[in-house]
Design a binder for this molecule. Structure first.
Ligand SMILES: [Zn+2]
Length: 766
């Protein structure tokens, strides 16, 4: 750092007039309030505060369903009656119903719009191009067609209803228009071939176990579901392509599931006919589990393995009731081990349960139910108390997928029971994540077909908090700001505010980035107290309702009095990243005006000025004026740093104008560091400096992002200290996701890297 002395000017007002001298081409204003371009105008359904408006409404659908699983042919056969209530102010002439299973039709848009895999290369070791054997099989031998047969659509009187299928959407024309406040009851019968999830993927399906010849079914999107009709988009009937998930209405479900009589069935809701379907010992073990301190086995591994060799002697029907849910899923198999533990979450008694085949052990019996209860505890603290009577985690072919009260999670140990750290933490994390989805979007019912981040981002944020409360330094994949830095700097990305089906780098965009943004809001921008209150307010305001992004953005500000428009614009509406650089640090100290001190300093600086190469080489050359001393005059001997009588007199005259306090101030020896910071990434962020002093101590200085409000590109911050600084570090706690840490140090630091040395070789062959 180079020391400069500055003069203390008594006429400070002079500065003010020039400080904001702007050119006409002003850089874009990152602190401009979000306006019509970004957010819809508030209205009676959605208030400017971000709360539901005084005329908020949503429609409702209640279901009574009878469904059978044909375990011989892997088919699902169902009939349902939907009671649809129109609470909108609009008269409806048709209804839209989602037939999401049609994504597995051979000619579905999801299949036909697949872009080509990279078939080039892939022949050298390490080159990952080409296709897997499974992909190849799918490409050449696809014989599976999962298209739904809709065999009947009729009204309450049994009269057929005119209907039109458009791929994954079914329009039902109403015999008479459905007025506001009206109810329409209708029924649909259908059946379809269930997808082998291991071959055709998807969010549901069956798994076949060659070892014992059994099937395990995880069933979801299995029944025709009402599309949502709401104030922002009308009917949300955008086709299901696979990424944009579901937009659904709340309702009560009565579902009777018929399966082979040696199957164990688990589902959204509470079992209504335990005595008909459970063995007496299972019922008493369940009773015991209600107050147990650890998970209790309802079906042990030995019992499940014995059951694997069974042959069914008939069918059994399991009746479930799930109230106030937006969807219904179930799982069935004769392979299930079942454990359970009752738990009181904020006054609500919940039965946490896990069902898994023996292939899931020893991991599942050790972690699954604990992970469920842990999730309910943490999430309920940061949002609202879990309102449902059961929370279930099932192991099967689906890697991780959420439904009300029940979720499907894939990780399993190796066949010999050993497992890697990745598998263990992958399992705990996915269970936390999928159970966590009960809050977002199963209860805070965002429109998933439009916005993936509204449930995945918020859920991944809370997942991070829950993981960090599971064990110290839990290896969370997402949440810590530095984990998102590489993505933020990457090419080929789109803003978070992009429709679900068009999102690039899906996991980083819709899960990692919003989760990290919320974590940064909480830790760095707002502080935990303000953030937690605002987040809870949003969760409470919108539980069992359907929020949009504007409702979230507005509530976060409304409940905290923190202007966050700049943050939401930067993080959610752009692909800018954080890269702030300390370009320079300049040290200034006020001149004491004392000529003894000041001229001494000037002399020292003059002495320290380096000699040029010519000066150094010319030093020893004989000089003419040494040969002829008479050539010397006054200027040859003049000492420009000598203190004169006039200097002393001027100084005394200056001192006479100062009070004692002012004199002390002048000699107080403060250090004035001007830190010049450049914004290279585009995102404006708070400045967090750590100043390291020469005495070995250090200090952190936190400056809100508003320091950028006049200029988004360059700011200078003055740091006044009593001690001399030896270094200044930007973002010392790695809390902003800065993509290039090498420019965060002044002076710059060398970051050591080890490189490999190997023997032999020569030219590298490619
Ligand atoms: Zn998710």
């Amino acid at each position: 750092m180079y020391l400069r002395r500055f003069s203390v000017i008594l006429f400070i007002l002079l500065i003010a007039g020039f400080a904001f001298g702007q050119s006409k081409s002003r850089p874009s204003d990152k602190f401009k309030q979000l306006s019509d371009d970004e957010l819809p105008t508030p209205n009676e359904q959605r208030a400017a505060s971000g709360a539901p408006g005084n005329k908020y409404w949503q429609n409702r659908a209640d279901y009574v369903i009878d469904v059978e699983i044909d375990d011989v042919n892997q088919r699902l056969i169902g009939k349902e009656t939907i009671t649809y209530k129109n609470f909108s102010p609009d008269t409806l002439t048709y209804l839209w119903v989602q037939i999401d299973q049609n994504i597995h039709a051979k000619d579905s848009d999801a299949n036909t719009t697949q872009t080509a895999p990279n078939l080039e290369g892939g022949q050298l070791p390490g080159a990952p191009r080409g296709v897997s054997v499974e992909q190849l099989d799918r490409l050449v031998n696809r014989d599976y067609d999962g298209k739904v047969n809709i065999t009947s659509v009729r009204d309450a009187a049994g009269k057929p209803l005119r209907n039109t299928l458009n791929k994954t959407m079914l329009r039902i024309d109403l015999p008479t228009p459905l007025a506001p406040g009206g109810t329409f009851v209708f029924s649909i019968d259908w059946d379809y071939a269930i997808n082998n999830n291991r071959v055709y993927g998807g969010r549901a399906g069956y798994e076949f176990f060659p070892r014992d010849g059994n099937y395990l079914y995880e069933m979801a999107q299995w029944f025709p579901r009402m599309a949502a009709y709401y104030d922002v988009y009308g009917w949300q009937n955008k086709q299901f392509l696979g990424s944009g998930e579901f937009t659904l209405e709340f309702g009560d479900y009565t579902v009777r599931i018929t399966a082979p009589n040696d199957h164990v069935v688990t589902a959204t809701g509470v079992l209504q006919n335990s005595k008909d379907v459970l063995k007496p010992e299972w019922i008493s073990r369940l009773k015991q589990a209600e107050t147990a301190k650890e998970p209790i086995k309802i079906i042990t591994q030995a019992e499940a393995i014995a059951n694997e060799t069974n042959k069914p002697t008939g069918k059994k029907t399991w009746a479930f009731k799930g109230d106030n849910v937006r969807d219904f899923a179930f799982a069935t198999s004769r392979k299930f081990i079942w454990d359970a533990q009752g738990h009181n979450v904020g006054g609500n008694k919940v039965m946490a349960m896990s069902l898994y085949p023996m292939e899931g052990n020893p991991l599942w019996e050790k972690y699954s139910t604990h992970a469920i209860i842990h999730t309910l505890n943490v999430y309920s603290r940061y949002s609202f108390v879990y309102p449902y009577p059961v929370a279930i985690s099932v192991n099967g072919p689906v890697g991780g997928m959420e439904y009300p009260m029940i979720c499907f999670n894939g990780p399993r140990p190796q066949p010999d029971g050993t497992y890697s750290a990745n598998t263990k933490y992958g399992l705990i994390s996915v269970i936390i994540h999928e159970v966590g989805h009960n809050y977002f979007p199963m209860i805070v019912n965002s429109d998933e077909r439009q916005w993936t981040w509204m449930d995945e981002g918020l859920n991944t944020y809370l997942q991070f908090l829950a993981e960090q409360e599971w064990e110290k330094d839990y290896p969370s994949r997402r949440g810590e700001p530095q984990n998102i830095a590489d993505y933020m700097a990457s090419e080929n990305q789109v803003p978070i505010m992009t429709n679900s089906e068009s999102v690039l780098q899906f996991g980083a965009n819709a899960y990692g980035k919003p989760a990290t943004a919320l974590n940064i809001l909480r830790e760095t921008v707002m502080g935990r107290e303000l953030f937690d209150h605002a987040f809870k307010t949003y969760s409470e305001r919108w539980k069992f309702k359907r929020p949009t992004p504007a409702d979230f953005f507005r509530t976060m500000e409304d409940a905290s009095a923190v202007d966050l428009d700049w943050f939401f614009r930067g993080w959610f509406y752009t692909t800018d990243h954080v890269d702030l650089s300390i370009e320079n640090v300049r040290l200034y100290q006020p001149s004491t005006r004392n000529p003894e001190t000041e001229k001494g300093l000037l002399r020292k600086q003059d002495n320290e000025r380096p000699k040029t190469l010519s000066q150094q080489r010319n030093e020893s050359l004989p000089k003419r004026i040494d040969q002829y001393p008479s050539l010397r005059d006054y200027y040859n001997d003049f000492d420009e740093f000598a203190v004169t009588e006039k200097d002393r007199a001027d100084y005394q005259a200056f001192l006479a104008t100062l009070s004692e306090k002012e004199k002390q101030l002048l000699n107080s020896n403060y250090y004035f560091y001007t830190v010049d910071v450049k914004n290279l990434g585009g995102l404006v962020m708070p400045l967090i400096f750590m100043v390291e002093y020469t005495d070995g101590t250090s200090e952190q200085i936190r400056i809100p992002a508003e320091i950028w409000r006049y200029n988004n590109f360059d700011v200078s911050k003055l740091i006044v200290t009593k001690k001399e600084a030896k270094a200044i570090v930007l973002d010392p706690n790695l809390e902003t996701g800065d993509t290039d840490l090498s420019n965060n140090f002044f002076p710059r630091r060398t970051i050591p890297t080890r490189f490999q040395v190997f023997k032999g070789g020569g030219a590298v062959r490619r």
